[in-house]
Design a protein. Sequence first.
Length: 269
Amino acid sequence: MSDVVARLRAAGCVFAEDEARLLAGAARSPADLDAMVRRRVEGEPLEVIVGWAEFHGLRIAVDAGVFVPRRRTAFLVQQAVGLARPGSVVVDLCCGTGALGAGVAAAVEGVELHASDIEPAAVRCARRNLAAFGGRVHHGDLYDPLPATLRGRVDLLVANAPYVPSGEIATMPPEARDHEPRVALDGGPDGVDVHRRIAAGAAPWLAAGGHLLIETGADQAPRTAAAMTTHGLDPRIVSSADLHCTVVIGTNGPVLPTCPGVVERSATD
């Protein structure tokens, strides 16, 4: 095992010992382990190599060519769970693996769960992850593939849509830049192009008092919030210092109190 740790550390893996244990646990033979370590040294995401990611207490299947759920995004799930109720209608847009929808469905009884993604690989992966929750995964662009029967009924729209400015993609770690689909990373010139499209289409799908939750960058948050305001939602910005995550919550009706321990700031700050 020490030689595996040394190879990973030499390749720049900060948590080489932890990664070595995960790779060894997933390998079926010494030759398999060697091949897996080689893939990791070449920059392939650990989660793709072992086939899963830990997210919000769940083991989420991760396939090649699909956006890997980040630990920080559990903060969005926490916010969504705090707003949900048993039987809520939940839609996970730009769903990737379906981790957001799975996290909410695992914590809230009896949700009606839908998800959508434009990438066929993501749709296949999400269907595996959401099958246990009765989730329906639709292939298409944002709202386009959703059943018309959801209009005006959605309690929670959740989205970890791309928010990296186009000019900053080249500075991302190679495991993201080279192995995740660009459509899942590139948020346009200022990082908010997809957020604007999501905000523009949200109101007809949301129930009265429903919420749109979008993970965003601290710098992008005011623009994400402005897009929600433009399209009739009442936004607030919440953040977690522990998870280094910022979420904008747009409400189709009265704004609810902030959850304890959450930093909130004005959408115009």
